[in-house]
Design a binder for this molecule. Structure first.
Ligand SMILES: NC(=O)c1ccc[n+]([C@@H]2O[C@H](COP(=O)([O-])OP(=O)(O)OC[C@H]3O[C@@H](n4cnc5c(N)ncnc54)[C@H](OP(=O)(O)O)[C@@H]3O)[C@@H](O)[C@H]2O)c1
Length: 282
């Protein structure tokens, strides 16, 4: 491939937030971008910018195969995959229905795995690829009420670490993006379990709801004060995609690095105390 040939990127979950901003950022950086979503009508404004759009549900193998086939048929290759699609499931472990947990892992973890299977052979044959996986600060520690989404992001961290080592030799780089809280539709799209009116977790569930309110509206809590925009995250993703030597991890937001430092330095009991100060706990 010559330096004149733009790289071809597929981004999942572009109907809103980080995926939407990333499709625009990569397009403006000169890549050929295929923005995908479960409902392609949500991509009309991206299409108007000249971005290719395609239907893709990360839980549906057929739609993934069709989307990857379309990109490779159109362009002869797929160089960059941004695994962005995902959502948050809120609630205490005991009160979240098990089938909701399975559904969450199907999207946040197995969605990434499915896409990775489909793009690796082509990237390996061409000796070039970038796979960018959306993790979170909760890929490195966990808060009460956010155990399941944190478990999916911890899985993505482990998956990416292993994959990075397996495919580096073939010219494929695997990158983790680890934002602190981001302004997007993430909270609006969150699935809530947990009863704030009765049961052993009632007060906790009500406190978690209040915490989320303070995340998104004044007076903001700590996480709310340090929220970044989806465009901030997209800029970092664009840097990771275009850098000749991308890092393995890109924390995003002023809280991310200090949180990781505390998690590394503090004994578990002391870190638990810090979490209890900042987040509701039963
Ligand atoms: N916002 C934060 O605070 C934050 C922090 C750290 C990491 N992240 C991560 O960043 C990523 C993007 O989140 P966001 O903040 O941009 O939230 P968002 O605005 O809710 O966007 C999530 C996107 O994922 C899509 N999606 C959900 N399930 C899907 C499926 N089965 N197939 C295809 N697309 C699906 C949604 O599409 P629909 O419109 O069809 O639902 C939407 O486009 C997620 O992986 C999230 O975990 C977010």
């Amino acid at each position: 491939m010559t330096s004149m040939t733009p790289h071809v990127a597929l981004v999942t979950g572009c109907s809103s937030g980080i995926g939407h901003a990333t499709a625009l950022a990569l397009h403006r950086a000169g890549l050929v971008v295929y923005a995908s979503a479960r409902r392609p009508d949500t991509l009309a404004d991206l299409a108007a910018e000249g971005i290719e759009t395609v239907r893709l549900d990360v839980t549906d193998d057929e739609s993934i195969t069709a989307a990857v086939k379309r990109v490779t048929a159109d362009r002869g290759r797929l160089d960059v995959l941004v695994n962005n699609a995902g959502y948050r499931l809120v609630g205490p472990v005991e009160e979240v229905p098990p089938d909701e947990v399975v559904r969450l892992f199907d999207t946040n973890v197995f969605g990434v795995v499915r896409l990775t299977y489909q793009v690796l052979p082509g990237m390996r044959e061409r000796g070039y690829g970038r796979i960018v996986n959306l993790s979170s600060v909760f890929g490195r520690f966990t808060i009460p009420g956010g155990t399941y989404p944190a478990a999916t992001k911890h899985a993505i961290e482990a998956f990416s670490d292993g994959l990075r080592l397996e495919v580096a030799k073939f010219g494929i780089r695997v990158v983790l993006i680890e934002p602190n809280s981001v302004r997007s539709r993430y909270d609006a799209n969150a699935v809530w379990s947990g009863d704030p009116t009765k049961g052993p977790y009632a007060k906790f569930n009500a406190d978690v709801a209040r915490w989320h309110k303070a995340l998104n509206s004044p007076p903001h809590n700590l996480a709310g004060r340090f929220q970044v925009s989806s465009e901030d995250v997209a800029r970092v993703i664009s840097r990771a995609v275009t850098s000749p030597r991308p890092r393995a991890r890109y924390p995003v937001g002023k809280l991310a690095q200090p949180l990781f430092l505390l998690r590394r330095m503090l004994p578990d009991a002391v870190f638990d105390g810090f979490v209890r100060l900042q987040f509701p706990a039963p």
